[in-house]
Design a protein around this ligand. Structure first.
Ligand code: F6P
Length: 490
């Protein structure tokens, strides 16, 4: 209702690289999959609520037949609420724009995880071209001259200005799902001015935290001639005003508190049984894309250190790590994958006995229900990102625990740590500290677990994804109204 009130019949278009549904050709015909993506987790429920069109890269479905059939599809498949419009990219476009500029350039540039960004002119050319292709798709899809366009993430830094040039009355809300670094770090990007100018085509530019907003405003101040109103958090550039605001992203709170799911007790028992563990076995869970920003290596080292310090837990504690393969054609990701596997092997060689293994790595895609089952079975969830915009795994874990048990160990370098103060907050680079936190988690009295979990659950339930979208749309509605009044006065 809140979303409908804010939108008041306005046309909504979402643009993102990742599509909310993959139509995959398998031996059994077309199968629909949900990708592992925080962005999709967050934006999909919003689109279900407000309908409209979601424009995304048709990545999952490649052959000619699927291209023809799945160009424009009503989704979700079981209960259509909005349209998924796919833009098909060539291999070269995908290589240069997605793998190259977005994921070898912008991703390491914005995440301070000490992986050196790579900037190639040929990738940049594809990035510009693909941004233009998506901007053209937005213009083509728009039925009115003032749609609300929700632009997602670092794949589309240039698109806001491209759309603005053709649809000057559009309300463009751009959300940057990853961190924004300080001006010195950002300044190494050879096309820093173009990126900033592109983003300043937005009516509203959103980040997860005030800190990222501050970094962005300082970056603009350093590299562009603009007028900045620090108190109002606005930037005027080329006669256009952009509001820079923080909107911490969240998740949709589970309907009826998971009443339709197997109970926590059932999940605890079945996961342990499946892995040949006794009923009181202590279980940690990690859920990530296999990405070097997620602190997976440091997490495993912390588990190893904990077993070293507390040998009574050898044979009694296991970490199950779900790691969805990601961007795996890039060298950096292949090397990371190999390092992760080697470390698991080394730690398991050191501590396994009989069918006991301290770390179980499940490096494959898991659907949402199976992830929830692990969240519910776990005693502790480990989120140890080296740097992360928000991290929705932390919030999903909390939402899955209506039993008010389970402990969250959370990196201080996630946006989530700014909200979830009752988690055990760690510096993931400090292995000793993380090891202590995991130990503290698995030995935490029930009363303390309940107190912490209850407080975090009430926060996430309240500040859910509809609140995130609602706040952005409310701010946009105010700006739209102000613009209308100013046009009349002029
Ligand atoms: O939230 C950051 C993000 O890069 C999203 O843009 C993306 O959908 C998600 O992580 C997963 O990455 P990818 O889409 O490259 O698989």
């Amino acid at each position: 209702t809140l979303l409908h009130e804010e939108l008041a019949g306005d046309e909504v278009l979402v643009v993102s690289n990742r599509e909310p549904y993959l139509h995959m050709r398998t031996r059994n015909g077309i199968e629909v999959q949900r990708p592992a993506s925080g962005l999709v987790t967050a934006v999909e429920p919003v689109m279900r609520a407000c309908s409209g069109t979601w424009i995304a890269h048709g990545s999952g479905s490649a052959d000619r037949d699927t291209v023809d059939r799945f160009d424009r599809v009503p989704v979700p498949p079981a209960n259509p609420a909005y349209t998924l419009r796919r833009v098909w990219l060539t291999k070269e476009e995908e290589q240069g724009y997605y793998y190259g500029f977005a994921n070898e350039g912008m991703w390491p540039l914005c995440h301070i995880a000490h992986v050196r960004p790579v900037f190639r002119s040929s990738d940049w050319d594809q990035y510009v071209a693909v941004n233009q292709r998506f901007a053209d798709a937005v213009v083509k899809e728009a039925r009115t001259d003032d749609p609300v366009v929700l632009v997602q993430d670092y794949h589309f830094a240039l698109l806001p200005r491209m759309v603005r040039n053709v649809l000057p009355k559009a309300t463009i809300i751009t959300f940057w799902h990853i961190p924004w670094p300080n001006p010195e770090s950002f300044g190494i990007c050879p096309w820093r001015e173009e990126i900033l100018e592109g983003l300043l085509g937005s009516t509203i530019l959103g980040f997860h935290t005030p800190f990222h907003c501050k970094n962005f405003i300082e970056t603009v101040d350093r590299y562009l001639e603009t007028r900045i109103e620090h108190e109002a958090s606005t930037i005027s550039y080329g006669g256009k005003l952009t509001q820079v605001e923080h909107y911490p992203i969240s998740i949709a709170w589970p309907e009826n508190d998971n009443a339709d799911k197997p109970s926590v007790a059932e999940c605890r028992a079945s996961v342990r049984e499946e892995h040949g563990m006794p009923a009181d076995h202590l279980l940690g869970i990690g859920v990530d894309r296999l990405d070097y920003t997620k602190g997976i290596i440091e997490r495993f080292q912390a588990v190893e250190r904990m077993l070293e310090l507390h040998p009574n837990l050898i044979g009694r504690f296991t970490l199950i790590q779900i790691a969805a393969p990601s961007r795996s054609s890039l060298d950096e990701y292949q090397n990371f994958d190999a390092r992760v596997r080697m470390l698991v092997q080394r730690i398991n060689n050191r501590y396994s006995s009989g069918n006991y293994q301290p770390i179980i790595l499940k490096a494959e895609h898991h659907d949402a229900d199976s992830v929830i089952r692990y969240y519910r079975a776990a005693d502790v969830c480990l989120v140890t990102s080296l740097h992360d915009g928000m991290n929705l795994v932390a919030k999903e874990f909390i939402a899955a625990r209506e039993d008010e048990r389970g402990v969250l160990v959370l990196s201080q370098f996630t946006g989530a740590a700014r909200e979830l103060h009752e988690a055990l907050i760690v510096n993931p680079y400090h292995i000793e500290q993380s090891a202590d936190a995991v130990y503290r988690a698995v030995t935490m009295p029930d009363v303390e677990q309940r107190e912490r979990m209850r407080s975090m659950r009430s926060l996430v339930k309240d500040f859910n994804i509809y609140r995130w979208a609602g706040r952005m749309l409310l701010d946009a509605a105010r700006l739209r109204q102000r613009e209308r009044i100013m046009t009349k006065i002029r």
